[in-house]
Design a protein around this ligand. Structure first.
Ligand code: GLA
Length: 381
C-alpha cells in the first residue's frame, strides 16, 4: 500500500519558493543523510513550483535550464542514489500558482514524463482550475489514472486547500493525502501573505481546522495540514511570518504528530540549528505520527486556554498531548475520564524522553505559553 503511514519528507516551497534549483535540492537530500533525517524516517525530497522551463514542441514539460542545468532526471538519480525518494509539483489547471505551465489536458504525457524522470511523489495543485467539486474529482482522478498507467508507484498529493472537502473523495480519486486548508505561514497566529491573502498560523490549522475530519484519515489516505514551518525562524524567501519560538515549533510538530499528518519539512535542512534538528528528529514523537493504526487524534477536553488531545495507537497505547494555547504559563491535568480510559497506565514523556511512572486517575504538566507536553500511555498489567 502506498502511504500506509503519513508521508515524511522535505519540500522546497516554504523556505525557497521561486528560488528553488538543482543545487538546493541535491544538498537537501545530502543533508537528510548527514543530519539523521533519513534515519528518522524522512524519505521524500520534493521540488515545488517554479522548476519549469516550459513545454517543448514535443509537448513535454522541461525544467528551467538555468536552475536545473543537467535536467530533472539527474536530480532524481542523485536523490535515489542516497536511498531517498524524489517528488515534483504540477497543477490541475492550465498554469501553476506561480504561472508556470501545468498539466490540464496534458495529464497523460506529463505523468509519463514524471515517471521517466523517476518521480515517486507528485504534489498536484489547484490554481487556475475550474473551481467546482465535479472538476476537482475529474482532474485528480484523471491524473491518478495517468500516474497508474505509467506502471511506477507515485504518491499523489492533492492540494486543493479543502475547497471541495477532498476528505470525502480524495481516496477514491486516487490521492494518498489531501490538503485540508489554505497555506501555512511561519507564525503562531494567522498572517497576511505577500499576495494579500491569509497564511494560516499553527494555532488555527492545528487546533481548529481539522476538527471533524478524524474519520477520514487512515492508512493510504491522510488529511494534509500543510508543510512544517519548524526551523524557518522568519527567514523564508517565500512565505510570510516572523518565525516562532522553540516552544511553538515543538507544539507545531507535536500537533502534526497527534493529527497523523504528513511530516513535510519546510526549512533549509542544510543549515538547521540544534533545536530545529532535535524537534524534527524526535523519534518518539515521530512514532506517534507513524503509528500503524493510522488514527488521527482529536481534542478530548478543554480547560481555559488548555487543551488535552488523545490519539489511539496500536497495542492499546495512547498518545496524549497537553497544549497551552494561551500567553501565560499553565498547569494542565489530563484526566482519565476525559480520555475515556480507566485503570493504571505507565506514562512516558516523549520530549523529556523519561518515564514518569504509573498513574491511575490523571497526569499533569506545567506548560509554557504556546507550549505542550507529549505523553505515551501504556496500559499496566
Ligand atoms: C499553492 C500551494 C503551496 C505552494 C504554492 C506554489 O499556494 O498551496 O503549497 O505549492 O502554491 O506556487
Amino acid at each position: 500500500m502506498l502511504a500506509a503511514t503519513p508521508p515524511m519528507g522535505w519540500n522546497s516551497w516554504n523556505m525557497f519558493g521561486a528560488a528553488v534549483d538543482a543545487r538546493i535540492v541535491q544538498e537537501a537530500a545530502e543533508a537528510f543523510v548527514k543530519t539523521g533525517l533519513k534515519d528518522a524516517g524522512y524519505q521524500y525530497v520534493v521540488v515545488d513550483d517554479h522548476w519549469h522551463g516550459g513545454r517543448g514542441a514535443d509537448g513535454r514539460l522541461f525544467p528551467d535550464p538555468q536552475k536545473f542545468p543537467d535536467g530533472m532526471k539527474a536530480v532524481a538519480d542523485h536523490v535515489h542514489s542516497l536511498g531517498l525518494k524524489f517528488g515534483i509539483y504540477s497543477d490541475a489547471g492550465p498554469l501553476t500558482c506561480g504561472g508556470r505551465p501545468a498539466s490540464q489536458d496534458n495529464e497523460e504525457i506529463d505523468a509519463r514524463t514524471f515517471a521517466e524522470w523517476g518521480v515517486d511523489f507528485l504534489k498536484y495543485d489547484w490554481c487556475h482550475a475550474e473551481d467546482t467539486r465535479a472538476n476537482a474529482e475529474y482532474r485528480y482522478s484523471r491524473m491518478s489514472a495517468a500516474l497508474r498507467a505509467t506502471g511506477r508507484e507515485i504518491v499523489l498529493s492533492i492540494c486543493e486547500w479543502g475547497h471541495h472537502r477532498p476528505w470525502l473523495w480524495g481516496a477514491k480519486a486516487g490521492g494518498q493525502l489531501w490538503r485540508t486548508t489554505g497555506d501555512i505561514g511561519d507564525s503562531w497566529y494567522n498572517v497576511i501573505a505577500g499576495w494579500g491573502g491569509v497564511l494560516y498560523g499553527i494555532d488555527s490549522i492545528g487546533f481548529d481546522q481539522q476538527r471533524g475530519l478524524e474519520a477520514f484519515a487512515g492508512p493510504g489516505g491522510w488529511n494534509d495540514t500543510d508543510m512544517l514551518v519548524v526551523g524557518l525562524r522568519g527567514r523564508s524567501k517565500e512565505i510570510a511570518g516572523a518565525g516562532c519560538t522553540d516552544s511553538e515549533y515543538r507544539t507545531h510538530f507535536s500537533l502534526w504528530c497527534m493529527l497523523a499528518a504528513p511530516l513535510m519539512i519546510g526549512c533549509d535542512v542544510r543549515s538547521m540549528d540544534a533545536a530545529t534538528r532535535e524537534i524534527l528528529t524526535n523519534a518518539e514523537a515521530i512514532a506517534v505520527d507513524q503509528d500503524p493504526l493510522g488514527r488521527q487524534g482529536s481534542r478530548a477536553s478543554r480547560n481555559g486556554m488548555g487543551e488535552v488531545w488523545v490519539k489511539p495507537m496500536a497495542g492499546g497505547q495512547l498518545a496524549v498531548g497537553l497544549f497551552n494555547r494561551g500567553d501565560k504559563r499553565l498547569a494542565l491535568p489530563a484526566a482519565w475520564s476525559d480520555l475515556e480510559i480507566g485503570g493504571r497506565y505507565r506514562v512516558r514523556d516523549l520530549w523529556a524522553h523519561t518515564d514518569l511512572g504509573v498513574f491511575d486517575w490523571a497526569v499533569r504538566a506545567e506548560l509554557e505559553p504556546h507550549g505542550c507536553a507529549l505523553f505515551r500511555l501504556t496500559p499496566e498489567g
